[in-house]
Design a protein around this ligand. Structure first.
Ligand code: ATP
Ligand code: MG
Length: 199
């Protein structure tokens, strides 16, 4: 089994995430993609958006109906800073024999050298990198051992970010069609992001 892991805060999940997962699955012939919302990501200030339960609920709604996509609560359950290294190691032990591929957008590819224990991660796992508007996807800038672990998968440039969605929602602008309808309605029903000060 080849499993794609899509990590992120998913605050909220949007079509950029889902298209990236679909393209990675298709191109790298993955059997499934697991979406793993982080508790506290190392590279971000504290999550200021809806709590973990809402972020997980939105991921669950977004993957509903796709038997190849799964929402995983491992990092939320573990709590604290969510290091990819810990997550992948724990998956590797629990699901012996599975191959794990971590799916990341170009913004994450750029900062791979700063990741916690990256030299250990690249020994056991591969990365799938996808382009993202506003970020250069230049593997030549990465150290050779990291570069060797990254494969690029083509994807249409999708100029959607959770930050933009939060900003739009908090200033009363429409966020419809940037994310699945089910997630859109969940945000409305729970009045998420409406009063939040955008980052
Ligand atoms: P925020 O603006 O809060 O950082 P985000 O839209 O960047 O949110 P994250 O949860 O930070 O979403 O991202 C999770 C993963 O999805 C990262 O690897 C990121 O690069 C990737 N990703 C998010 N949006 C896109 C997109 N539009 N195109 C390609 N990759 C994306
Ligand atoms: Mg981001």
């Amino acid at each position: 089994m080849d499993i794609g892991i899509m990590g992120g805060t998913f605050d909220p999940i949007h079509f950029g995430h889902l298209i990236a997962a679909e393209r990675a699955m298709e191109d790298a012939r993955l059997n499934e993609v697991w979406f793993v919302p982080s508790h506290t990501p190392p590279h971000k200030q504290k999550t200021t958006g809806p709590n973990a339960e809402h972020r997980l609920a939105m991921v669950e709604l977004a993957v509903e109906g796709n038997p190849c996509f799964r929402a995983m609560d491992d990092e939320l359950k573990r709590g604290g800073t969510s290091y990819t290294y810990d997550t992948l190691e724990s998956f590797r032990q629990t699901y012996a024999g599975y191959r794990f591929h971590f799916i990341i957008g170009a913004d994450m590819v750029q900062i791979l050298p700063q990741w916690h224990r990256i030299e250990n991660i690249v020994r056991h796992f591969r990365f799938i990198g996808l382009q993202r508007p506003g970020y250069e996807l230049d593997l030549a800038k990465l150290p050779p051992d990291i570069r060797a672990a990254v494969s690029l998968v083509p994807m249409p440039e999708i100029g959607i970010s959770s930050t933009d969605i939060r900003t739009r929602a908090s200033s009363g602008q429409s966020i419809r069609y940037l994310l699945p309808d089910s997630v859109y309605h969940y945000i409305k029903e729970n009045q998420l992001y409406e009063t939040m000060v955008p980052k």
